[in-house]
Design a protein around this ligand. Structure first.
Ligand code: FNR
Length: 370
């Protein structure tokens, strides 16, 4: 296909053709039978829209607030590891694209550009940067990332809690996937710096590096309470799928929860995130903000998630596909296509502002899981 991509599926198709297969598999794979990965996308199709007509939609605004800060759009970038597999500029390119579109960017701990260099590409231009964290067996490693994120100007910490061990992604397991030598986990290992307390698998196998460093004994008390005791940054827990864990997040003083199943890459067989969202929103009430990611590929998907109560909606793979296509401009295109589709959906549904989008705009599917 030579024409300019006009939707996220076009970008996916291009990325699947041009990426070397090992890297494509790493980006694409879900865990095991990949049921959850597939359902994250298909479940949006079960929700239908209930549009209203003859409302003045001559001026559309996607502005909203997230964690008390004004943002241009509720669309953000989910944390994902190793953007330099997609493009040499890696997360620096993503950062510029996110700041051009006004999208919140959550940077993965496993970034291939250092967290300081990533935020330097786009801070001060009206968007927000949040830092994703894994909690390490050696807590001094986690603490040093927290301190660096604070100093660099990140506005929140996003603690990913659905990965005490890396999900089993079969293509990666067959290949013993590891990044090529020029792609380094820049927050820990650069030619100039390596962090004490972090184990790097000598054969470079990513799942082994991951498994050796992360604290599997993590709990709300020894993890979230501990983090709260060392930082005043707001804490968002990423990977929550239930009302029970939402209530615990409130009890433990979190500022937000992200409904996520890691893009279907961790526990296969969970609810699709759009199906899990309503119970989390109900448990959250007005005590904690709720965000979601997983399978969002269209503006109407964002619209449906907002209608079901998400305050912001994040995407990972679409941005990676954009990076593969054209670096910064491709990532900007991915975010721009989704933004434009959201604005079009708002006009066609008769909801000129984000505050207008509520549950009355969706029919929930008859088949309910929760
Ligand atoms: C991820 N994800 C992820 N999450 C996280 O908290 N830390 C990380 O380092 C990564 N790394 C990562 C790498 C790749 C290649 C992918 C595809 C995903 C999960 C990510 O944040 C997000 O939850 C899902 O990918 C969202 O689903 P979509 O938008 O990819 O369908």
């Amino acid at each position: 296909m030579n024409a300019e991509p006009v939707c996220i599926k076009d970008l996916e198709e291009i990325a699947s053709r041009v990426m070397p297969s090992g890297m494509w598999d790493y980006y694409d794979s879900g865990a095991n039978g990949q049921q959850t990965k597939a359902e994250n996308e298909s479940a949006f199709g079960h929700y239908r829209l209930h549009p209203r007509m003859l409302r003045d939609v001559s001026a559309i605004s996607t502005e909203t607030t997230v964690l008390g800060q004004r943002v241009k759009t509720p669309l953000g970038v989910s944390p994902c590891a190793m953007h330099r597999l997609a493009h040499d500029d890696g997360e620096a390119a993503t950062s510029r694209a996110a700041s051009r579109s006004g999208s919140i960017m959550i940077l993965s701990t496993f970034s291939t550009v250092s967290l300081e260099d990533v935020i330097a590409q786009g801070s001060g231009r009206g968007t927000q940067y949040w830092m994703q964290l894994y909690v390490y067996r050696d807590r001094s490693v986690t603490e040093s990332i927290v301190r660096r994120a604070e100093r660099a100007g990140y506005k929140a910490l996003v603690v990913t809690v659905d990965a005490p061990v890396l999900g089993r992604r079969l293509a990666d397991a067959r290949r013993k996937f590891g990044p090529p030598p020029h792609v380094q986990l820049a927050n820990f290992f650069t030619p100039q710096r390596s962090t004490a307390g972090v184990y790097l698998d000598p054969d470079g196998e990513f799942s082994k590096t991951f498994g050796a460093n992360l604290d599997r004994a993590l709990t709300w008390t020894n993890g979230i309470d501990w983090l709260r005791s060392i930082t005043s940054l707001p804490i968002v827990v990423k990977g929550v799928l239930t009302a029970e864990d939402t209530r615990l997040a409130i009890e433990h003083g979190c500022a937000g929860v992200m409904v996520s199943n890691h893009g279907g890459r961790q526990l296969d067989g969970t609810l699709a995130t759009i199906d899990a969202l309503p119970q989390v929103v109900e448990a959250a009430g007005d005590q904690i903000e709720v965000y979601m990611d997983g399978g969002v590929r269209r503006g109407t998907d964002i619209f449906k998630a907002l209608a079901l109560g998400a305050r912001a909606v994040f995407v990972a793979r679409p941005v990676l596909w954009g990076l593969v296509y054209k670096g910064e401009d491709g990532a900007y295109l991915a975010l721009g296509l989704l933004q434009k589709e959201l604005e079009t959906a708002m006009m066609l549904a008769g909801a000129p502002s984000i505050a207008d989008i509520d549950e009355s705009y969706v029919y929930r599917p008859a088949r309910r899981w929760v």
